[in-house]
Design a protein around this ligand. Structure first.
Ligand code: C2E
Ligand code: CA
Ligand code: CA
Length: 778
């Protein structure tokens, strides 16, 4: 229903009504004419109300639909009453339609069905009982009845003793109107903006009908009512307004019926307002059956209401208490409850002799989802993740969401080893999450900390969570995710460096939602070993012999074509995929080297490492394991590390490098001179090879200072027992010059561009420096 259409209908209806009201008000024509006008007008108004409510019902769904349907029934009841009344007056020509008559069955249906409609309309119900609203209505109606009874109605009653039923019926109308009006008014006080128009018009309609019904009861008692009386205007107006309320409701059909506003203070006491006066009148008025009935209704009504309120309060208290310990999004325990259980568990463990463990879980790529797909998507993912975590633990364990994408599990029964639970958790995160139609891979980093009953406890139970957190950071740092168990040396980890917030923002801006897709694809490419390698040769300058090859990663993207490292490494780096990528590259290189060996050549190869992975103490063994799987010696591998790893944790890096060296793996410093080179690490770290950055190599032919630096570095490497590699050698003259400096190896487009694995065994030796081969790429 458009606004214009609604306005049009309102204008037409109002005009017709004004004519009708003027006619009855002006007493035009004789009583007969007035009767006809009144009857026809009433039936027309009833018809309008029925049609509008039915249209609203048709157009809406669910509860709202049922509400409008109930209102249609209510209006139908009234229409039926009007039609029967008009039939008696106009067709049967009964002078004055008898009261009560069949029409009253219809009229009485109105308040009942309308009340049902109100209770169905989910307006203003903040989970509180609609029954209470109806009780409120009954209490107000009963109070008002008592007051009016004591002030004159009593006398009318005594006069009408003979037609008791007629009297009761005529009084029943205003009483039910008061109930309806009270319920509607209370709902109005709690309705939200979109719902207020409907409720206001509805209240006005019932108020007008109340006036007419009240007047009718009085006139009836004196036998002074006849059709065409000006009080008919109230009913007609009421019906028309009900019709309009339905149409307004239809217009605002998509008002979300969510949480209502809190009820106003006034609405809490207003229903009790007439009660004191009613109580006084009940006491001082002479006893009579109607008064007694009203008194009983009042007492039981108030009692029932008190009971309902007390029950509601109880449920609210339970809900509030429950919420204080629950994470509202996932329904898991929150930090407060988790710490409470943890404290309890550690206190109990001496007695029970059980080991208490905490797993700290952080989702590695969660921020990316939040930033690129929006918070609702992030929330959906968290709910899903919470469910998955729940499937990994026993019934007695506590799963909590500590905030953001951090979860924790408290394992008290010790039946399952916490590391086993950790592994299960890693497994359940293998399947992608589907949010907003995107497949998103999110992996957890998990830290485990345990405390056996015998362990010396010198700090509070919270330290167990702290230890689990540190282990989790260690897992995160390793870029492999997975499960790490807490060890005391983890205190060396600089937590702030694990998850730099600035990077996260930059990444989200850079990749957006397309980035997320690319990221999911990259994850798959890594997992399914879809990445390929090209190999660039390094030659011995003096002899021209092939000294080895460097593996450079490539990604043959199904839609975007061949991607170079710069196109996707940043994405991998910022999302914790580097560990997995390094491993994939390592495996692929080992496979390729195995194939070369099968063709009769053993060619040493170099693999680039992601510098922060030097924080991963298990890396050397993992690499050695991969080599062993491929049946290769550790000596054939060189790892290349750019010097920026110094920014990280040098102590751990040293430990990792020493370990690698001990295993027989060679170590090269990549891009030397491009960053903040520090001589101290040349002194302190076990390095075999220094690769001079091409920024220094390119200008040596005509820049004396560059030349001086290159010569000095070559000299330095030799004195330190390392070999020197010149990168980015793009022409023969440069190669020749480097040879005169005593540089050991050269690498670059001139010497040999990167080639595919299958071509590596066919690489020809480089002619000794200075001899330029025609046609060779320069
Ligand atoms: P890098 O380790 O310095 O590798 C050498 C890069 O220089 C390669 O680019 C290579 O194609 C290019 N290049 C070789 N000769 C010349 C030359 O004469 N002139 C010029 N201008 N460039 C030359 P690519 O393959 O695009 O790799 C870029 C960087 O990506 C690499 O720099 C390396 O830091 C990184 N990267 C490549 N593969 C991997 C990998 O598997 N793991 C990790 N962590 N990083 C990798
Ligand atoms: Ca390199
Ligand atoms: Ca390099």
């Amino acid at each position: 229903m458009t606004r214009a259409r609604l306005s049009g209908i309102t204008v037409v209806v109002t005009t017709l009504f004004v004519v009708f009201a003027a006619w009855l008000g002006g007493d035009w024509g004789g009583p007969r004419t007035l009767g006809v006008v009144s009857d026809v007008g009433s039936v027309a108004a009833g018809g309008f109300a029925v049609t509008s409510a039915a249209v609203a019902a048709r157009a809406s769904r669910g509860r709202q639909r049922r509400a409008w349907a109930a209102l249609t029934v209510a209006a139908l009841g009234w229409l039926f009453g009007d039609v029967v009344w008009a039939f008696q007056e106009l067709v049967l020509k009964v002078d004055a339609a008898p009261f009560p008559s069949a029409s009253d069955a219809g009229y009485l249906m109105f308040p009942v069905a309308a009340c049902v409609a109100l209770m169905l309309l989910p307006i203003g119900s903040a989970g509180l009982s609609q029954t209470r609203l109806v009780l409120d209505g009954i209490i107000v109606a009963a109070s008002l009845f008592v007051i009016i009874w004591a002030n004159g109605l009593n006398d009318v009653f005594t006069v009408n003793r003979d037609s008791l039923f007629a009297f009761a019926l005529s009084v029943a109308y205003p009483i039910s109107d008061v109930i309806l009006l009270t319920v509607a008014l209370l709902m109005l006080t709690r309705a939200r903006t979109g719902q207020r128009a409907v409720m206001s018009v509805f209240c006005l309609a019932i108020a007008l009908m109340l006036v007419s019904d009240g007047a009718f009861a009085l006139l009836r008692a004196r036998d002074a009512y006849a059709s065409g009386n000006v009080i008919d205007v109230g009913w007609t107006a009421g019906l028309l307004l009900l019709g309009l309320a339905s149409l307004i409701g239809l217009r605002s059909n998509d008002i979300e019926f969510g949480l209502a506003r809190a009820p106003s203070r006034a609405s809490l006491w207003i229903i009790y307002l007439p009660l004191p006066a009613a109580t006084v009148y009940m006491v001082i008025s002479p006893a009579s059956t109607p008064l007694l009935v009203a008194a009983l209704v009042l007492v039981f009504g108030v009692l029932a209401r008190q009971f309902i309120v007390a029950d509601e309060n109880r449920s609210l208290l339970v809900a509030v208490a429950e919420q204080a310990f629950r994470d509202p999004l996932t329904g898991l325990a929150n930090r407060a409850l988790f710490l409470d259980r943890l404290t309890h568990a550690t206190a109990m463990q001496i007695r029970d002799g059980r080991t208490v463990s905490v797993l700290s879980i952080d989702l590695d790529d969660f921020k990316l989802v939040n930033d690129s797909l929006g918070h609702p998507a992030g929330d959906a993912l968290l709910v899903d993740a919470a469910e998955r975590i729940g499937t990994c633990v026993a019934a007695g364990d506590t799963v909590a969401r500590l905030g953001g994408d951090e979860f924790a599990v408290l394992v008290e029964d010790g039946a399952t080893a916490p590391l086993v639970i950790g592994d299960r958790l890693v497994d359940v995160f293998d399947a992608p999450f589907v949010v907003d139609g995107h497949e998103v891979h999110v992996r957890p980093s998990i830290g485990v900390a345990s405390r056996a009953p015998g362990d010396v406890v010198d700090d509070g139970p919270e330290s167990l969570l702290k230890h689990a957190d540190l282990a989790m950071y260690s897992a995160k740092r390793s870029q492999h995710g997975g499960v790490h168990a807490y060890t005391a040396d983890m205190h060396l980890i600089d937590v702030s460096e694990v998850d730099p917030p600035r990077d996260r923002e930059a990444k989200a801006k850079r990749y957006g939602s397309a980035g997320l897709q690319l990221f999911a694809q990259l994850r798959r490419a890594i997992d399914e070993a879809e990445l390929t390698l090209v190999y660039q040769p390094k030659f011995d300058v003096a002899t021209g012999r092939l000294a080895g090859v460097e593996a450079l990663v490539r990604w043959e993207h199904p839609e975007r074509g061949l991607l170079l490292p710069d196109d996707f490494l940043p994405l991998a780096r910022q999302n914790g995929l580097m560990g997995a990528l390094t491993e994939a590259v390592m495996r692929r290189a080992v496979d390729d080297a195995g194939a070369w060996r099968a063709r009769g050549v053993d060619i040493p190869f170099a693999v680039n490492l992601f510098p922060p992975s030097l924080g991963d103490l298990e890396l050397p063994d993992r690499i050695a394991g991969i080599l062993a799987d491929g049946g290769l010696n550790t000596e054939c591998l060189t790892v290349e590390i750019t010097e920026d790893f110094l920014v990280g944790n040098i102590r751990r890096a040293r430990e990792v490098l020493v370990h690698m060296r001990r295993l027989g793996i060679r170590i090269a410093i990549d891009d030397f001179g491009s960053g903040y080179s520090a001589l101290s690490y040349l002194r302190d770290l076990p390095i075999d090879e220094l690769k001079l950055d091409r920024e220094f190599i390119a200008p040596i032919l005509d820049d004396e200072r560059a030349e001086a630096i290159v010569r000095a570095v070559i000299d330095l490497t030799h004195r330190l027992g390392m070999i020197c590699v010149a990168e980015g050698v793009e022409n023969a003259a440069t190669a020749a010059r480097l040879a005169t400096y005593g540089c050991d190896l050269v690498q670059g487009y001139h010497c040999g561009p990167p080639v595919e694995a299958a071509q590596v065994p066919d690489i020809r030796p480089l002619l000794p420096a200075g001899v330029v081969v025609p046609g060779r790429r320069g």
